[in-house]
Design a protein. Structure first.
Length: 62
């Protein structure tokens, strides 16, 4: 069952997962996936960490 206000695709996928694994396992997986994704992004995503402010912009802001 999909809610009217939320993202229907995510609701449908979680509903299918709940049908296959059970509601507790589906909700647990639904909570762990964003945590794992953000952890991997922080560990391996160097774009944001490698960014340096250009010197002209840093001087004009001061």
């Amino acid at each position: 069952m999909c809610s009217r206000g939320g993202p229907a695709l995510g609701d449908s996928l979680l509903g299918a997962l709940a049908g296959a694994l059970g509601p507790v396992a589906a909700l647990t997986a639904g909570g762990l996936v964003p945590l794992v994704a953000s952890g991997l992004s922080g560990a391996f995503g160097t774009t944001v960490r490698a960014y340096r402010v250009p010197e002209e912009a840093a001087e004009s802001a001061a």
